[in-house]
Design a binder for this molecule. Sequence first.
Ligand code: NI
Length: 415
Amino acid sequence: MKPGDRKQLEQYLINNFEWFHRHPELPYEEVQTTAKIRELLTEAGIEVLPYPLATGLVAVVRGGKDAGSSRNVEKAYEGKAAEGIAGVSGRTIALRCDIDALPVREEAAVPYASGADGVMHACGHDFHITAGIGAAILLQERREELCGTVKFIFQPAEEESHGALKILETDAMNDVEQIWGFHADPTNAVGVIGIREGYVTAAVDRFLIRVKGTGCHGAHPDDGIDPILASAAIVQGLQSVVSRSVNAFHPSLLSVTRIQAGTTWNVIPAEAEMEGTVRTMNREDRILYEKRVREIAERIADAYGAEAEVIWTAGPPATWNNGGMARICEETAKKLGMRTVPEESSMGGDDFAYYEDRDTMHRDVPGCYVKIGTGVGHPIHHPAFCVDECVILPASVYLAGVLTAALCDAGDRGN
Ligand code: NI
């Protein structure tokens, strides 16, 4: 491929996007996907770091060898004194692209539809891969001008909520000062970027409650302890957390999504089981929910003479967009003639949040996660979800622009 030839790059990226779309793989099974990403990056002369990852990989584009020199720093700051900001020039930042698909049977009418039965790139991660590769190629082409290092994290198993932890088992993030992420957005047209400072995705926790009573004849409930009645009261009680325990200005929710008990109409069973999820934006609320769910389940069960066991499984925390980084996203969009809109916050989660989580990272890693309009259509995870291929090159250019600006930015790195 001829460096600088955008038309050729666009066709190359579209061809490869179609390949990824045709070859979707489930979380932790992204073997072919990883091999293809490695092949494309290697072809472009981009270094892939030798981590022992079963799936997913980390690549790196290193800025020009004199990236730390005052010449480049001055160039980057357009004449501002290099003094005091020289240290910034050598920083390392990272872009995360998730690569897994979903167990969805494709219904999209595209000529490059999934070739794997019952598996589909219904969340646009094929677009994330391709735009990530596009951005890497663009930065590699002008790496001499780049004042720092960019790592490209092609992460497995986002849909399982814990793929980020596989990357974090390596030392890939040790020198990373900022983490960038993005997602396909089928609620916006191509050329529109959703940006917001603050919380954009929720913490995802899961609970399982087992209510143990005593089975008996349906006609003689007085002979036993009915776990179904206790469970019904627990479901009602759990909904009081959002309305009575949490600050009304803090978004949160609890959903009981599965409840099971009994085998027939005239027997009161000995046990009932329910499962659900809690979504919060704020760390304190998350702790509060776990405490209240346990108290409500255990004490209501007790009041009915039953016993409740609560199993709490913590998922990724909430994603918080750093203000300074969100501004870089805004400015880059403006420079490229793209339109920006306030990013929709979601009670959905993304394990992107682990990369910026203090409890996981043991330090502050500011992050920013934007939504890239991929053409208005079916929502993500829908069997007919589809990405407008026109977005692939502009998204690559945009991401390369954001990363370049971030490396040159001396500003706000704190909040
Ligand atoms: Ni996704």
